[in-house]
Design a protein. Structure first.
Length: 379
């Protein structure tokens, strides 16, 4: 994709998100970090993935809205949407999954009996996922989000209603958000183990509680397309409120000792959706931030392009192997800094190679397979 067709603000979101995630895992290199810096690293990893979710929803939402409201929307269009998303996400995922398996064999790491679930993205569907390939939790949520919305839109064609397709799109989006909000409410009512570690593994990273995060982005996409003047007019106010909410939620709340041990309902039901809404509020501004000076534009665009490869490689592949061959116990400050620099440099280099040699060529095939074009024309 040519850089002229890209939107800098969205690339900035994607690049910032992956850098936040990579930054958060530096704790594995320097585990003795504690206090404020440790908290910031934990928060950075969490928010980085949440930005990915909302941004992904925004991008697919704009595609889905145009598909769904077209006159010839049918199952072939749904299928074509899935094919395009799967060409984008599955090749990298399965390659890295195989690499993780090979590394586990090489390092003599015990295999999980649930390994087969990773092939179908159900390793964390309604339960805590195993320790193996831990960053894949977010990919399961993404994949199910890609299936649920388009499928509901197709099924809506069989419902007799006076609503326009535009209003049906909004109704389906809100329905998905409400459904997965209710699932969190049920979780809050049934679970009484109130620790952040349990919350991280059993709520934050479980598919049946998290798909709404992506559909806040879809909701933003709907507003941007249906109310373009409103979308443009609120960009400064909304980004201000988005930043204010993020800052207040993640700085003020801890300062007031509002922790999960004493306020479990807030953390189980409200905390994640409020973050999603805050990120959503930044989209009017960032989606209209078209470009930037080249010295800013080029590195941001580069990191954005390789962000998916970075996400898959940086932790279970690169950092795990680095830790195996170069243990980090008792490193001096200078040595830790060099280690972090090496870790980041290798991550960027290998991610670029994966992108340019494997990810991009396969993405370029999305519109080329004969059977796809033939299928679309015949339907």
């Amino acid at each position: 994709m040519k850089s002229s067709t890209r939107i800098f603000g969205l690339d900035l979101m994607r690049a910032t998100a992956i850098l936040m995630v990579v930054f958060s895992h530096i704790q594995w290199i320097v585990p003795e970090i504690d206090g404020l810096l440790s908290s910031l690293m934990n928060l950075s990893g969490f928010l980085g993935v949440e930005v990915f979710f909302v941004l992904s929803g925004f991008l697919i939402g704009r595609i889905l809205y145009k598909l769904y409201t077209s006159e010839n929307f049918n199952f072939s269009k749904v299928f074509y949407f899935w094919i395009r998303r799967w060409f984008r996400t599955l090749p990298n995922y399965y390659l890295v999954l195989v690499l993780n398996i090979l590394i586990a064999i090489y390092l003599n790491i015990e295999f999980t009996e649930h390994l087969w679930k990773y092939a179908f993205f159900i390793q964390n569907f309604a339960w805590q996922m195993p320790d193996f390939f831990p960053e894949s939790w977010s990919l399961s949520i993404e994949e199910f989000a890609y299936i649920i919305g388009p499928l509901l839109m197709y099924l809506s064609l069989f419902v007799k209603t006076k609503y326009s397709k535009s209003k049906m799109f909004l109704s389906i989006t809100v329905l998905v958000i409400l459904f997965f909000t209710i699932s969190k409410l049920i979780y809050a009512m049934l679970n009484h183990t109130n620790t952040m570690n349990y919350w991280n593994l059993n709520l934050k990273a479980v598919v049946i509680y998290r798909i709404d995060a992506i559909y806040y982005g879809v909701l933003a996409a709907y507003i941007s397309l249906v109310k373009p003047k409103f979308w443009k007019s609120i960009k400064y106010k909304s980004v201000f409120f988005g930043i204010a909410i993020i800052m207040g939620l993640n700085l003020f709340i801890p300062a007031q000792n509002i922790f999960i041990e004493s306020h479990s309902l807030f953390w189980n039901l409200y905390y994640i959706p409020i973050n999603s809404i805050a990120i959503m509020l930044m989209l009017p501004f960032l989606s209209q931030l078209k470009t930037a000076p080249k010295y800013v534009l080029n590195p941001i665009t580069f990191i954005s392009l390789i962000s998916y490869s970075m996400y898959l490689l940086h932790y279970s592949i690169i950092l795990q192997l680095l830790k195996f061959y170069l243990p980090t116990e008792n490193l001096a400050i200078f040595d830790s800094a060099i280690y972090i620099l090496v870790y980041f440099s290798i991550t960027v280099l290998l991610s670029y190679l994966l992108f340019i040699l494997y990810e991009k060529p396969l993405m370029n095939l999305r519109d080329k397979p004969f059977f796809i074009k033939k299928y679309l024309k015949s339907n």
